[in-house]
Structure formats: structure tokens, C-alpha cells
Design a protein around this ligand. Structure first.
Ligand SMILES: O=C(O)c1ccccc1NCC(=O)[C@H](O)[C@H](O)COP(=O)(O)O
Length: 197
């Protein structure tokens, strides 16, 4: 199962996440987030991390011109897009993308199951709030194209055993404080995910 660690704001945390075994690093380009990073600051981090780690830019209700420009400036390989209000013309994106489903019910998941999606809990702040998605919503769902996010920690991630998600995404569960990761929590989280199979 793939592991994405989201909300990277500095090189120290990025390198620690990679060392812990993360497959992907997420950078939040939503300027109301406490984890916001300026695109050229993110680029400096991307330039310093080893190869084979996917870089993911997080966008909230943005148009495709903005997303294309930021992904270029920050050297993102994938755009993770919250698009509640149909701001984004996905056809015009020059980058591979994954939509975020902020699930309020099982129905939200089932309606979007045909593509790779990230399923997060619905929170007013859009993400990074540590709120969990009800696992029973996935009981009758093919999880193989779903990245599960929302409130995961080293202590609860084992509960997803039996749900073969494509990957998991974590932010606040591996933080010391908002925007600052804790190395040991990242190590423990990745280890706990790897022990699930
Ligand atoms: O992390 C943020 O501050 C954030 C702000 C606005 C939109 C999305 C945001 N994060 C997106 C993520 O991918 C988080 O990893 C995801 O919401 C899970 O967060 P957490 O529940 O803290 O693990």
C-alpha cells in the first residue's frame, strides 16, 4: 500500500518522510492552510529530495491555469484537486491529477469509484483536520483505486486491514504541530502501514 505524507513545509521534514519510507510527498498550495507553502519554496525541497519520490500539489477550487503554473513552478508531478464548485477544467490540466472526494456518505464514494480518487473526510477547512472517514462506507466498494485520508495515525491505521486501498494519506497524524512533522511518528506510521498486508 502506497503512503503519501501531506503538508510538507520544509526540507528536514521532506527528507525524514522519505527516510521513513513515504512514496509521495504532498505540498499544500491553498493559502489559507497553516501548511501552505510558496511554490518556489516547494521547488527547492523537490530539487533536494532523492529520485523516485512522487511530488503532489494540493489545490482547492482553483482554475487550471493556476494549477498548471504552480505545478510547473514547484515541479509537482501530480495535482491533487478539491473542486467542489467546478472551478477546474480537468481537460486543460497539463499534469496528471487525482480528484479529492470529501465524503459525507457512502454514496459520495460509490458515485466516483471509476477513477483513482483520494477520499477524505468532509471538513470546512478542506483537509488536514484529523477527521476520519467511516470505514463501513467502503464495505461494498472496490478500494483498489482509492487513497484513504482523514485522521489516520500510527495507532488506528491497522483498522484498515481487509480494505485493500491503493494508498493512504496522512498529515496531522504525523505532526508535532501544524506544519511541522515529527520524524518518529512518520517512521511509526509507515511501519504500521507496511505491517497491514
Ligand atoms: O493539510 C491542510 O492544511 C489542507 C488544507 C486544505 C486542503 C487540504 C489540506 N490537506 C490535504 C491532505 O491531503 C491531508 O493529508 C488530508 O486532508 C488528511 O489530513 P489529516 O486528517 O490531518 O491526516
Amino acid at each position: 500500500m502506497k503512503v503519501k505524507i501531506c503538508g510538507i513545509t520544509n526540507l528536514e521534514d521532506a527528507l525524514a518522510a522519505v527516510e521513513a519510507g513515504a512514496d509521495a510527498l504532498g505540498f499544500v498550495f491553498y493559502n489559507k492552510s497553516p501548511r501552505y507553502i510558496e511554490p518556489f519554496e516547494a521547488r527547492k525541497i523537490v530539487d533536494a529530495i532523492p529520485p523516485f519520490i512522487q511530488t503532489v500539489g494540493l489545490f482547492v477550487n482553483e482554475n487550471c491555469g493556476f494549477i498548471n503554473q504552480v505545478c510547473t513552478n514547484a515541479k509537482m508531478q501530480l495535482a491533487q484537486v478539491i473542486d467542489d464548485d467546478s472551478f477546474t477544467d480537468f481537460e486543460a490540466l497539463k499534469f496528471k491529477y487525482m480528484r479529492v472526494i470529501r465524503a459525507k456518505s457512502e454514496k459520495d464514494i460509490i458515485e466516483n469509484i471509476n477513477n483513482y480518487i483520494l477520499v477524505d473526510a468532509f471538513v470546512d477547512s478542506f483537509g488536514g483536520a484529523g477527521k476520519r472517514v467511516a470505514l463501513e462506507w467502503f464495505n461494498h466498494v472496490d478500494c483498489s483505486k482509492i487513497v484513504l485520508a482523514g485522521g489516520l495515525t500510527e495507532h488506528n491505521v491497522s483498522e484498515i486491514k481487509g480494505y485493500p486501498f491503493y494508498g493512504v494519506d496522512v498529515s496531522s497524524g504525523v505532526e508535532a504541530s501544524k506544519g511541522k512533522k515529527e520524524k518518529q511518528k512518520m517512521i511509526n506510521f509507515v511501519k504500521a502501514v507496511n505491517e497491514i498486508q
